[in-house]
Design a protein around this ligand. Structure first.
Ligand code: ZN
Ligand code: FE
Length: 257
Protein backbone atom coordinates (compact mmCIF):
# COMPACT_ATOMS: atom_id res chain seq x y z
CA UNK A 1 0.00 0.00 0.00
CA UNK A 2 1.51 3.27 -1.12
CA UNK A 3 0.26 6.51 0.39
CA UNK A 4 0.12 9.66 -1.71
CA UNK A 5 -0.46 13.07 -0.19
CA UNK A 6 -2.53 15.38 -2.38
CA UNK A 7 -2.79 19.05 -1.38
CA UNK A 8 -6.28 20.54 -1.73
CA UNK A 9 -8.09 23.81 -0.94
CA UNK A 10 -5.88 26.18 1.06
CA UNK A 11 -4.35 23.80 3.60
CA UNK A 12 -6.02 20.39 3.33
CA UNK A 13 -4.36 17.09 2.56
CA UNK A 14 -6.17 14.26 0.84
CA UNK A 15 -4.54 10.85 1.14
CA UNK A 16 -4.66 8.34 -1.66
CA UNK A 17 -3.95 4.74 -0.70
CA UNK A 18 -2.80 2.87 -3.71
CA UNK A 19 -2.44 -0.86 -4.37
CA UNK A 20 -0.45 -1.35 -7.57
CA UNK A 21 -1.00 -5.14 -7.59
CA UNK A 22 -4.75 -4.92 -7.85
CA UNK A 23 -4.69 -1.48 -9.53
CA UNK A 24 -7.09 -0.14 -6.95
CA UNK A 25 -7.08 2.89 -4.68
CA UNK A 26 -8.87 4.21 -1.64
CA UNK A 27 -9.06 7.83 -0.65
CA UNK A 28 -9.14 9.40 2.81
CA UNK A 29 -11.16 12.61 3.21
CA UNK A 30 -11.49 13.88 -0.37
CA UNK A 31 -11.95 17.62 0.13
CA UNK A 32 -12.37 17.95 -3.62
CA UNK A 33 -12.54 15.41 -6.43
CA UNK A 34 -10.24 17.02 -8.96
CA UNK A 35 -6.78 16.17 -7.55
CA UNK A 36 -8.01 12.66 -6.73
CA UNK A 37 -9.32 12.04 -10.25
CA UNK A 38 -6.07 13.36 -11.72
CA UNK A 39 -3.98 11.06 -9.52
CA UNK A 40 -6.18 8.01 -10.23
CA UNK A 41 -5.85 8.72 -13.93
CA UNK A 42 -2.09 9.17 -13.76
CA UNK A 43 -1.64 5.94 -11.79
CA UNK A 44 -4.22 4.09 -13.84
CA UNK A 45 -5.98 2.72 -10.76
CA UNK A 46 -9.65 2.36 -9.89
CA UNK A 47 -11.20 3.93 -6.80
CA UNK A 48 -12.84 1.28 -4.61
CA UNK A 49 -13.29 3.06 -1.28
CA UNK A 50 -13.74 6.47 0.30
CA UNK A 51 -12.79 6.63 3.97
CA UNK A 52 -14.25 9.74 5.63
CA UNK A 53 -13.25 10.77 9.14
CA UNK A 54 -16.06 13.30 9.67
CA UNK A 55 -18.74 15.27 7.85
CA UNK A 56 -17.08 18.68 7.36
CA UNK A 57 -17.14 19.80 3.74
CA UNK A 58 -13.36 20.06 3.51
CA UNK A 59 -13.31 16.29 4.14
CA UNK A 60 -16.31 15.03 2.14
CA UNK A 61 -16.62 17.71 -0.56
CA UNK A 62 -15.36 15.38 -3.29
CA UNK A 63 -17.54 12.35 -2.44
CA UNK A 64 -20.35 12.96 -4.94
CA UNK A 65 -18.13 13.74 -7.88
CA UNK A 66 -15.91 10.73 -7.18
CA UNK A 67 -18.97 8.49 -7.00
CA UNK A 68 -20.06 9.75 -10.42
CA UNK A 69 -16.80 8.44 -11.87
CA UNK A 70 -16.58 5.36 -9.64
CA UNK A 71 -20.15 4.37 -8.71
CA UNK A 72 -18.94 1.11 -7.16
CA UNK A 73 -16.73 2.82 -4.60
CA UNK A 74 -17.88 2.18 -1.04
CA UNK A 75 -18.23 5.24 1.19
CA UNK A 76 -17.27 4.72 4.84
CA UNK A 77 -17.85 7.06 7.76
CA UNK A 78 -18.80 7.08 11.42
CA UNK A 79 -22.16 5.68 12.51
CA UNK A 80 -23.01 8.96 14.26
CA UNK A 81 -22.49 10.84 11.00
CA UNK A 82 -25.53 9.18 9.42
CA UNK A 83 -27.20 11.74 7.15
CA UNK A 84 -24.21 14.11 7.09
CA UNK A 85 -21.75 12.38 4.74
CA UNK A 86 -22.71 12.41 1.04
CA UNK A 87 -23.09 8.88 -0.33
CA UNK A 88 -22.28 7.17 2.96
CA UNK A 89 -22.95 3.42 2.86
CA UNK A 90 -21.02 2.03 5.81
CA UNK A 91 -21.59 3.25 9.36
CA UNK A 92 -18.53 2.49 11.43
CA UNK A 93 -18.18 2.17 15.19
CA UNK A 94 -15.28 1.78 17.59
CA UNK A 95 -13.67 -1.62 17.08
CA UNK A 96 -14.94 -2.09 13.53
CA UNK A 97 -12.42 -2.99 10.86
CA UNK A 98 -12.07 -1.96 7.26
CA UNK A 99 -9.98 -3.56 4.61
CA UNK A 100 -7.89 -2.27 1.75
CA UNK A 101 -5.03 -3.78 -0.24
CA UNK A 102 -4.88 -6.81 2.03
CA UNK A 103 -4.41 -4.55 5.05
CA UNK A 104 -6.90 -4.23 7.86
CA UNK A 105 -7.51 -0.93 9.63
CA UNK A 106 -8.97 -0.53 13.10
CA UNK A 107 -11.62 2.11 13.55
CA UNK A 108 -11.49 4.41 16.56
CA UNK A 109 -14.40 6.56 17.70
CA UNK A 110 -12.77 9.89 18.51
CA UNK A 111 -15.45 12.54 19.18
CA UNK A 112 -14.48 16.08 20.16
CA UNK A 113 -13.89 18.05 16.97
CA UNK A 114 -17.29 16.72 15.89
CA UNK A 115 -19.56 14.36 17.80
CA UNK A 116 -19.12 11.63 15.16
CA UNK A 117 -15.44 11.79 14.24
CA UNK A 118 -13.61 8.51 13.60
CA UNK A 119 -9.99 7.60 12.84
CA UNK A 120 -8.52 4.74 10.83
CA UNK A 121 -5.39 2.92 11.96
CA UNK A 122 -3.47 0.44 9.82
CA UNK A 123 -1.09 -1.53 12.08
CA UNK A 124 2.36 -2.26 10.67
CA UNK A 125 2.48 -4.67 7.78
CA UNK A 126 5.71 -6.25 9.02
CA UNK A 127 7.69 -5.86 12.22
CA UNK A 128 9.81 -2.71 12.08
CA UNK A 129 7.46 -0.97 9.64
CA UNK A 130 5.40 2.01 10.83
CA UNK A 131 1.67 1.87 11.36
CA UNK A 132 -0.47 4.47 9.56
CA UNK A 133 -3.00 6.62 11.38
CA UNK A 134 -5.56 8.70 9.49
CA UNK A 135 -6.97 10.98 12.13
CA UNK A 136 -8.71 13.77 10.18
CA UNK A 137 -9.08 16.84 12.38
CA UNK A 138 -8.67 15.11 15.75
CA UNK A 139 -4.90 15.05 16.19
CA UNK A 140 -2.79 17.50 14.18
CA UNK A 141 0.98 17.73 13.86
CA UNK A 142 1.73 19.91 16.88
CA UNK A 143 -1.92 20.48 17.73
CA UNK A 144 -5.48 19.16 17.74
CA UNK A 145 -8.83 20.04 16.21
CA UNK A 146 -11.15 22.69 17.57
CA UNK A 147 -13.99 21.47 19.76
CA UNK A 148 -16.99 22.22 17.56
CA UNK A 149 -19.33 19.52 18.84
CA UNK A 150 -17.52 17.96 21.76
CA UNK A 151 -16.19 18.61 25.24
CA UNK A 152 -12.61 18.71 26.54
CA UNK A 153 -13.31 15.45 28.42
CA UNK A 154 -14.37 13.73 25.20
CA UNK A 155 -11.34 15.00 23.34
CA UNK A 156 -8.98 13.86 26.09
CA UNK A 157 -10.52 10.38 25.87
CA UNK A 158 -10.22 10.44 22.07
CA UNK A 159 -6.63 11.66 22.05
CA UNK A 160 -5.75 9.10 24.73
CA UNK A 161 -6.81 6.35 22.32
CA UNK A 162 -4.51 7.73 19.64
CA UNK A 163 -1.68 8.46 22.05
CA UNK A 164 -1.69 4.80 23.09
CA UNK A 165 -0.66 3.64 19.60
CA UNK A 166 2.99 2.67 19.01
CA UNK A 167 5.59 5.46 18.86
CA UNK A 168 6.46 4.38 15.35
CA UNK A 169 3.08 5.41 13.93
CA UNK A 170 2.83 7.86 11.08
CA UNK A 171 0.24 10.53 11.77
CA UNK A 172 -1.55 11.52 8.58
CA UNK A 173 -3.60 14.51 9.68
CA UNK A 174 -5.80 16.42 7.27
CA UNK A 175 -4.33 19.94 7.45
CA UNK A 176 -1.00 21.71 7.13
CA UNK A 177 -1.29 23.64 10.38
CA UNK A 178 2.01 22.53 11.91
CA UNK A 179 3.97 25.77 11.96
CA UNK A 180 1.20 27.76 13.58
CA UNK A 181 0.54 24.94 16.03
CA UNK A 182 4.18 24.85 17.10
CA UNK A 183 4.29 28.63 17.47
CA UNK A 184 1.46 28.29 19.96
CA UNK A 185 3.09 25.26 21.62
CA UNK A 186 6.19 27.34 22.34
CA UNK A 187 4.09 29.86 24.27
CA UNK A 188 3.02 27.18 26.77
CA UNK A 189 6.08 24.89 26.74
CA UNK A 190 8.98 27.22 25.87
CA UNK A 191 11.75 25.23 27.59
CA UNK A 192 11.03 21.93 25.80
CA UNK A 193 14.20 21.23 23.75
CA UNK A 194 12.43 18.71 21.47
CA UNK A 195 9.80 21.30 20.70
CA UNK A 196 12.38 24.00 20.03
CA UNK A 197 14.19 21.69 17.65
CA UNK A 198 11.01 20.65 15.89
CA UNK A 199 9.98 24.26 15.45
CA UNK A 200 13.28 25.01 13.70
CA UNK A 201 12.86 22.02 11.40
CA UNK A 202 9.27 22.82 10.53
CA UNK A 203 10.10 26.46 9.89
CA UNK A 204 12.76 25.34 7.41
CA UNK A 205 10.42 22.85 5.73
CA UNK A 206 7.71 25.45 5.27
CA UNK A 207 10.16 27.99 3.89
CA UNK A 208 11.00 25.36 1.26
CA UNK A 209 7.30 24.68 0.71
CA UNK A 210 7.66 21.12 1.99
CA UNK A 211 4.85 19.25 3.73
CA UNK A 212 5.20 18.50 7.45
CA UNK A 213 2.64 15.66 7.32
CA UNK A 214 2.96 12.80 8.15
CA UNK A 215 4.66 13.21 11.50
CA UNK A 216 5.66 10.46 13.90
CA UNK A 217 3.53 9.77 16.97
CA UNK A 218 6.73 9.68 19.07
CA UNK A 219 7.39 13.29 18.06
CA UNK A 220 3.83 14.28 18.90
CA UNK A 221 4.13 12.75 22.37
CA UNK A 222 7.28 14.79 23.00
CA UNK A 223 6.21 18.12 21.52
CA UNK A 224 2.45 18.39 21.05
CA UNK A 225 0.96 20.18 24.10
CA UNK A 226 -2.45 18.67 23.31
CA UNK A 227 -1.07 15.21 24.17
CA UNK A 228 0.76 16.46 27.25
CA UNK A 229 -1.99 17.29 29.75
CA UNK A 230 0.01 15.37 32.39
CA UNK A 231 3.14 17.47 31.93
CA UNK A 232 3.83 19.56 35.08
CA UNK A 233 5.07 22.39 32.83
CA UNK A 234 1.85 22.50 30.82
CA UNK A 235 -0.28 22.10 33.94
CA UNK A 236 1.57 24.97 35.60
CA UNK A 237 1.16 27.14 32.50
CA UNK A 238 -2.60 26.42 32.58
CA UNK A 239 -2.86 26.84 36.36
CA UNK A 240 -4.43 23.43 36.93
CA UNK A 241 -3.46 19.95 38.06
CA UNK A 242 -6.47 18.33 36.48
CA UNK A 243 -5.80 16.75 33.06
CA UNK A 244 -9.17 17.61 31.51
CA UNK A 245 -9.14 21.16 32.85
CA UNK A 246 -5.56 21.60 31.66
CA UNK A 247 -6.56 20.39 28.22
CA UNK A 248 -9.69 22.56 28.15
CA UNK A 249 -7.81 25.71 29.08
CA UNK A 250 -5.10 24.91 26.56
CA UNK A 251 -7.69 24.48 23.79
CA UNK A 252 -9.37 27.72 24.83
CA UNK A 253 -6.07 29.57 24.71
CA UNK A 254 -5.29 28.17 21.27
CA UNK A 255 -8.72 29.29 19.99
CA UNK A 256 -7.67 32.87 20.79
CA UNK A 257 -4.12 32.55 19.47
ZN1 ZN B 1 -13.17 19.37 10.42
FE1 FE C 1 -10.83 20.04 8.27
Amino acid sequence: MEILRLPALSDNYIFLLCDRDSQTAAVVDPATAKPVLAALDRLNVKLVAIFNTHHHSDHVGGNRELLKHFPEAVVYGGSEDKGRIPGQQQYLREGDRVQFAGRIADVFFVPGHTRAHIAYYFPPNQPGQPGELFCGDTLFAGGCGRLFEGTPAQMVTSLTKLRTLPDNTQVWCAHEYTLKNLKFALTVDPENPDLQQRYQQVQKSRQNDEATVPSLLATEKQTNPFLRWESPTIQAAMGSKDPVQTFGRLRGKKDMF
